[in-house]
Design a protein around this ligand. Structure first.
Ligand code: MN
Length: 255
């Protein structure tokens, strides 16, 4: 099996390195990932500057892949259109340092990379490790768990082009209670900005660290993660509201 591995934390991120080690026994792994961290860059792509690429070797001086001075979505696009000799059977994005459940799916560069793969009708899985910062993440343990989930997904024989979002619960909750297939949470999140003054007397705002969903919908990814379950959510990139569309079609729309 040919696997394209990417992320949004950057090619040298410990989560990607740990997941690569776990995936090497599943197939041939080529990494195409951002040269620097691109978290929360969503589905941004680079139009106005070149995508500089650099070949990268692993610790054993074996070919690891390419570092790209661009966004996660750039990496997958460039990998599929230009860099890879053979098309991959599977695209994995992660292991992200931090969860990507609920509406974070839309901010996430990790998930965007997987979505970009699905645009090309490749089966793609985003994998994120929820963390209770500032507690350090055990990426090796996270990657081992991620591999188990990836194996379960592959055993289910997903149709080509399937897109999945996997979140691992906080490690301080102990051994995961199980794997749950759930929708993403869409209950309201709370957030705030910290207002301050910079050394030159200018007012600035900085997104605060209290971001979260106080009351997630029951039977959603956020809810199950808080209870200590691994969550698996199938995604699609068609944002059309089909129920609304059917309702609107009942009306005659004229200009
Ligand atoms: Mn990230």
């Amino acid at each position: 099996m040919k696997i394209l591995l990417t992320n949004d934390d950057g090619i040298y991120a410990p989560g990607l390195q740990a997941l690569r080690r776990e995936l090497l026994s599943l197939g041939e792994v080529v990494v195409v990932a951002p040269a620097t961290e691109q978290s929360a860059s969503g589905h941004s792509v680079t139009l106005l500057t070149p995508l500089i690429v650099q070949e990268v070797l692993d610790d054993e001086k074996k070919f690891l892949g390419w570092a790209v001075e661009g966004r996660p979505a750039d990496c997958v696009k460039l990998a599929l259109v230009e860099l890879l000799k053979d098309p991959p059977d599977l695209i994995i994005s992660g292991l992200n340092a931090g969860g990507n459940a609920g509406i974070n799916v839309l901010y996430s560069g990790t998930v965007a990379a997987a979505i970009e793969g699905a645009f090309f009708r490749k089966t793609a899985i985003a994998v994120s490790q929820t963390s209770g910062r500032p507690n350090p993440i055990d990426f090796q343990a996270g990657a081992k768990l991620a591999r188990r989930v990836i194996d379960r997904i592959l055993e289910s024989e997903p149709s080509t082009g399937s897109l999945f979002n996997v979140n691992l619960p906080k490690q301080e909750l102990g051994e995961p209670k199980g794997l749950k297939v759930l929708p993403q949470n869409v209950a309201v999140y709370v957030e705030s900005f910290v207002k301050n003054t910079d050394p030159r007397g200018r007012t600035y705002y900085w997104l605060g660290n209290d971001y979260g969903c106080p009351v997630p919908h029951p039977h959603s990814d956020e809810d199950a993660l808080a209870e200590g379950f691994v969550t698996l959510t199938p995604l699609q990139f068609d944002l059309t509201d089909h129920a609304k569309l059917a309702e609107m079609k009942k009306r005659t729309w004229e200009l």
